[in-house]
Design a protein around this ligand. Structure first.
Ligand code: SF4
Length: 310
């Protein structure tokens, strides 16, 4: 996005490839960094991670994900206006322009409504986006907020060498210096027993901010526009150290799978949303040839993708 702020400790390169040549040939190199989404992918299903990160198989845009992108753009742009003008009607008036912009930057989203010549489905979809935007005003008051950052790209390298990266929807800084990290979700809040999983992404960001600025965010806040809920958590250093240990264990598992080519499918009910069933052995498919050189797996290796999100 043009003008997006970037906050990094170091630059990094995306993607995967082969490492430096060794006497036995090139070694497979794992991806250069980890984001909350890709970490969640691996925890959900190592083979899904492979398809997305190593093979880079294309995925069809979905109505829900595209609506999320649109609503995020509207909420971000609303803060361009003076505080007094940040009203629900104004926010809703931004939707058509942001939808045009999204189609320009991601032309593939137009496919979503290719079979909708009368525009009825599109109108309904835009109406749902309006409802989500409107609901936000029942949860937060943007006339009383002055975000320090919006759509902030962050990247930090841990002492271990692992690079973490991601995009934080909003960062608020109180006059006291307290930092609040805010993320908008266009879906519904999880049931309480799944709240830890939902907070994983936020603790990931808190760890990155802590490493970058040596400040532990005072509050992590998830704003669920789909159900009208706000989930908050006030982290302490021990939380962030625990997340760091989890991420290092995850990274080790990813590195091992990259080198051996042993990416195991892990079927769950989430397979229903997976775009890759046609090439997944769990559904009778065959994955494409593994594009990286591999070494033989060691016996007695750890089971992949079994660690909890936090
Ligand atoms: S269909 Fe399920 S098991 Fe197969 S790759 Fe997708 S998430 Fe993994």
């Amino acid at each position: 996005m043009a003008g997006r702020k970037v906050f990094v400790m170091e630059t990094s390169t995306e993607g995967t490839g082969t490492g430096a040549d060794s006497p036995t040939g090139p070694a497979a190199a794992p991806p250069a960094s980890l984001s909350p989404s890709r970490a969640s992918d691996f925890m959900q299903c190592p083979l899904l991670y492979r398809f997305r990160v190593i093979d880079r198989l294309p995925e069809k845009p979905s109505e829900a994900a595209t609506r999320g992108t649109l609503v995020h753009a509207v909420l971000e742009r609303l803060f361009d206006a003076p505080a007094v003008d940040r009203t629900a009607p104004r926010a809703k008036s931004l939707i058509p322009g942001q939808w045009d912009r999204l189609r320009e930057t991601k032309p593939e989203v137009a496919e979503l409504f290719a079979d909708d010549p009368e525009g009825e489905r599109l109108a309904r979809w835009l109406g749902e986006a309006e409802q989500l935007v409107e609901r936000w005003f029942t949860l937060e008051d943007p006339t009383r907020l002055e975000p320090a950052e919006r759509e902030l790209f962050v990247e930090a390298r841990l002492d271990s060498g692992l690079k973490l990266r991601g995009i934080i929807d909003r960062v608020d800084v109180a006059p006291t210096g307290d930092v609040r990290i805010v993320d908008y979700k266009t879906g519904k809040a999880p049931r309480p027993e799944y709240a830890e999983g939902a907070l994983f992404q936020m603790k990931f960001y808190a760890l990155v901010v802590w490493r970058l600025k040596q400040v532990v965010p005072r509050r992590l806040q998830l704003v669920y526009l789909g159900s009208g809920d706000v989930l908050t958590y006030d982290p302490v250093i021990a939380d962030l150290e625990r997340v760091e240990r989890k991420l290092l264990a995850l990274w080790d598992a990813i590195r091992q799978a990259t080198e051996t080519g042993d990416w195991r499918p892990r079927p769950t009910k989430l397979c229903g949303w997976c775009d890759h069933q046609a090439v997944c052995p769990e559904f009778g498919g065959t994955p494409p040839p593994y594009p990286l050189p591999v070494r033989a797996p060691q016996s007695g290796g750890t089971e992949q993708g079994r660690m909890g999100p936090d």
